[in-house]
Every structure is written in structure tokens, then in C-alpha cells.
Design a protein around this ligand. Structure first.
Ligand SMILES: Nc1ncnc2c1ncn2[C@@H]1O[C@H](COP(=O)(O)OP(=O)(O)O)[C@@H](O)[C@H]1O
Ligand SMILES: O=C(O)C1=C[C@@H](OP(=O)(O)O)[C@@H](O)[C@H](O)C1
Ligand SMILES: [Mg+2]
Length: 173
């Protein structure tokens, strides 16, 4: 089985994906790390040096490369991955792939991302918690159209990473 995690920034795709992969003993891949390996620079540097459009193109190409390989894996995508080009269709049509949307309440995203917003190029212009909440509310509204197409939705609420992993395993295996 190939598992692809989608969802907003801070929903826990990278942390939950890593833990899930350990538990089910499958290789873990993070699309952002794959992009960084290919480009030789950090995602934030790709945004600042080459721009978002360049990032979205390379993200779409590397997603397809990962999905086309024959081995099973757990893949954490980036928050924008399914929302550009034909990426979500490619995920949905790929044989053997189960897509999972980690649906996370706005308040939880705000509190997590307030602590980590400097690591995320789309949030660098944001200063206050109110600004962050407004930004995420609108952005999530636009992006939910893509996330909601995932085969499975897991409500993350505010339980621990281990609990969310257990929830995914119960639903899938
Ligand atoms: N229950 C939880 N599930 C997932 N992440 C959590 C949880 N509680 C706190 N976190 C923290 O929230 C952040 C989620 O970020 P990350 O895994 O990078 O998400 P994403 O890859 O979706 O942006 C991490 O710092 C993680 O440790
Ligand atoms: O939502 C987005 O557009 C992005 C999310 C990030 O990944 P995470 O969702 O893992 O933070 C990363 O791909 C990039 O900063 C853009
Ligand atoms: Mg991530």
C-alpha cells in the first residue's frame, strides 16, 4: 500500500507520516525533503530565490516521480501539493495509492503555526496571531476543495501524534 498524506500546513503530515511509517514498517518520504535533495537548497530558499511558481512546478514533477516508483511507502506532501496543476488527480488515479486528509481545526493550526511560522515561506509576512488566523481561514477555505477529494479523512483534533497514528491504522488495516 502507498499512503499519501494531505492537509494544511501544521496538520502534522510530516510528524504523523514519520511515526506511521515506523509503526507499519514502510519507508517514509517527505515531499519537501525530496525537493530539497533534488534542488540542493531549502524550500524557503527555493521560494525566495526562484519564486513560488518554480516551486509548484518542481513539486508536481517530484510528486509524480515518487508516486511512479513501484515500492510501497508513506508520503507526507506539502500543504499546497494537491492544490496545483494535476497533482490531486494524479494522486487519486494512481493504482495502489490511498490518500488521507488530516483534517485539523483552525484553532489547532493557528496555535501550531504561530510557533513554526518562520519555517514556512507562505507565512513570513504574518506578524500577529489574529493575522495568522485570518490568513489560514481564507486559505483553508480555498484549499479544502482539494483536500476533501482524498479517499479517507482523519479528524486530527488535538490528540497526540501516537493517537492519530492509531486512528489511521484502525481505519486502514
Ligand atoms: N497531535 C499532533 N499531531 C501532529 N503534530 C503535532 C501534534 N501536536 C503537536 N504537533 C506539532 O505540530 C507540528 C506539525 O507540523 P508538521 O508535522 O511539520 O506538519 P505539516 O507537515 O503538516 O506541516 C509539529 O511541530 C508537531 O510536533
Ligand atoms: O502549504 C504550502 O503551500 C506549503 C507547505 C509546506 O509544507 P508543510 O505543509 O509540510 O508545512 C511547504 O511545502 C511549502 O512551505 C509550501
Ligand atoms: Mg511537512
Amino acid at each position: 500500500m502507498k499512503i499519501v498524506l494531505v492537509g494544511y500546513m501544521g496538520s502534522g503530515k510530516s510528524s504523523i507520516g514519520k511515526k506511521l511509517a515506523e509503526v507499519v514498517k514502510l519507508p517514509f518520504m517527505d515531499l519537501d525533503s525530496e525537493i530539497e535533495k533534488t534542488e540542493g537548497i531549502a524550500v524557503s530558499e527555493i521560494f525566495s530565490q526562484k519564486g513560488e511558481i518554480y516551486f509548484r512546478n518542481i513539486e508536481n514533477k517530484i510528486l509524480k516521480k515518487v508516486l511512479d516508483q513501484p515500492d510501497n511507502f508513506i508520503l507526507a506532501t506539502g500543504g499546497g501539493t494537491p492544490c496545483y496543476g494535476d497533482s490531486m488527480d494524479y494522486i487519486l488515479k494512481k493504482q495502489g495509492v490511498v490518500s488521507i486528509y488530516l483534517r485539523t481545526p483552525l484553532k489547532v493550526l493557528v496555535s501550531r503555526l504561530m510557533l513554526e511560522k518562520d519555517e514556512r515561506p507562505l507565512l513570513i509576512h504574518i506578524n500577529t496571531e489574529n493575522e495568522l488566523e485570518d490568513f489560514i481561514r481564507k486559505h483553508l477555505f480555498e484549499r479544502a476543495f482539494y483536500y476533501n477529494q482524498a479517499a479517507v479523512t482523519i479528524d486530527v483534533v488535538s490528540e497526540s501524534i501516537t493517537e492519530t497514528v492509531a486512528k489511521i491504522i484502525l481505519k486502514l488495516f
